[in-house]
Design a protein around this ligand. Structure first.
Ligand code: FAD
Length: 409
């Protein structure tokens, strides 16, 4: 039939999460399509830093290593951070995590999102069973008992056993499927940029909690840090509008000059912040992954790491179904993925949201609690180690790829 192509799995959205799933299903017997609306890949140059970066955990690094993506990331740029230093602007509470206490070389890497996306698209070219369909906008979707069909821009119709929504927090597919999300806007925006500082960042991820929101300096090179400054939307807009010298002075003061003066800044961009978790991650012939399923505050640097864990779990479920000769789009097949990821994600989403609320409060009792709690946690070696292992993605029910093992036993 004209314009009719059949796949086992169609992934809609080729961001960091969707493109990683396409790579995870590469070289399997499944026929896969990756649909991406953008016409061009991000451009990246070693003389400029990109504005959007992610703190990538050890578990996510394992996924990239097993899938053969990690060398193309480090070939461009990835900065290992050894320490994390967090403190409260309103008191004496401080906490310090050191990779040496865990016997690890580092706690994770700060990586530009564009570097990850480029490495993923390079790797995709190696797989005969994965078609990249871009630029294609999704226009209509139909689900029936046997199949799902997508109509794409250019009157292209594709029929598949399973559609994966990896189309980000405003997911078109989630909305078309009437899947409800539970969550709220934070009435905060994140201003992002990169800066040069007078003093070295000591390969440390720094975060100062203020009542308006946290301010993070994430190391990109010895004297260069990526900034994520979460604050009221009006303040974020006004900071974005300052001239460079004024902005550097404001940032130096807000960060208590911990790295000396901020000497220069890159361009600035502002992102609204919200929290939600989709009520369901699956329905017959559909599964949600990454930001399409859940979105959280960036203060713990976990959003894409949870999305990559979704990928690793779903890929494991789909490969097992294929090996057993089961239809990948059946609710029964997908339920294991939903149970697995819902319980793991719920814990992280709730922890990050509680943390955000605790630090957003000016109530004396809560101030006392967070300062006292930070000090206490800093002294409790084993508990502190558990917290950091959790943040590194090394706790919980880890899928094979996140443990550094291949999908196939
Ligand atoms: C300021 C900030 C800092 C952050 N820092 C961190 C961090 O340090 N660590 C961390 O783990 N997370 C972090 N996050 C979260 C992280 O950025 C997201 O979780 C991640 O980008 C989500 O990836 P995704 O692939 O699910 O979605 P997206 O990145 O939104 O990708 C969706 C893709 O789908 C495509 N698309 C959309 N609609 C369609 C359609 N209809 N048809 C075809 N294609 C479509 C888009 O073009 C895009 O390529 C941060 C977030 C913010 C805002």
């Amino acid at each position: 039939m004209k314009n009719r192509i059949d796949y086992d799995v169609v992934i809609v959205g080729g961001g960091m999460v969707g493109a990683t799933l396409a790579c995870a299903l590469g070289d399997t017997p499944l026929r896969v399509a990756l649909v991406e609306a953008r016409s061009e890949l991000p451009s990246w140059s070693c003389s400029e830093y990109a504005l959007r970066v992610s703190a990538i955990t050890r578990a996510s690094q394992n996924i990239f290593e097993v899938l053969g993506i990690w060398p193309a990331i480090v070939k461009r740029r990835a900065y290992a951070f050894r320490d994390m230093h967090v403190w409260d602007a309103t008191g004496a509470g401080e906490i310090h995590f050191d990779s040496a206490d865990l016997g690890e070389a580092h706690l994770g890497h700060i990586i530009e999102n564009d570097v990850i996306v480029l490495a993923l698209y390079e790797r995709l070219k190696d797989f005969q069973n994965v078609d990249l369909l871009n630029p294609h906008q999704t226009e209509q979707v139909y689900f029936d008992a046997e199949n799902a069909s997508l109509r794409l821009s250019g009157d292209k119709i594709i029929k598949t056993a399973l559609i994966i929504a990896a189309d980000g927090s405003n997911s078109w597919l989630r909305q078309q499927s009437n899947i409800i999300v539970r969550g709220w806007d934070y009435d905060q925006s994140a201003l992002v940029t990169y800066v040069h500082t007078e003093k070295s960042n000591q390969a440390t991820a720094w975060q100062r909690f203020m009542q308006q929101g946290p301010l993070a300096f994430l190391p990109l090179a010895e004297n260069i840090s990526s900034i994520v400054w979460s604050t009221h939307p009006e303040q974020a807009a006004s900071l974005a509008g300052l001239d460079d010298n004024e902005f550097c002075a404001e940032l130096t003061a807000a960060f208590e000059s911990r790295l000396g003066n901020v000497l220069s800044t890159g361009p600035r961009a502002v992102y609204p912040l919200r929290f939600f978790d989709a009520e369901r991650y699956i329905q017959p012939r559909l599964a949600l992954i990454g930001d399409a399923a859940h979105t959280m505050h960036p203060l713990a640097g976990q959003g894409v790491n949870l999305g990559l864990a979704d990928v690793a779990s779903l890929a494991e479920v789909l490969v097992a179904a294929q090996q057993a000769g089961r239809d990948p789009g059946l609710e029964h097949t997908l339920r294991r993925y939903e149970r697995w990821r819902k319980s793991e994600n719920r814990l992280m989403l709730a922890s990050v949201d509680s943390f955000k609320r605790l630090y957003g409060s000016d109530l004396t009792a809560l101030r006392w609690l967070r300062n006292g709690g930070m000090g206490l946690l800093n002294q409790l070696g084993p508990v502190k180690q558990q917290v950091i292992r959790y943040a590194m993605g090394q706790a919980g029910d880890l899928p094979r790829l996140a443990r550094g093992e291949s999908l196939y036993r």
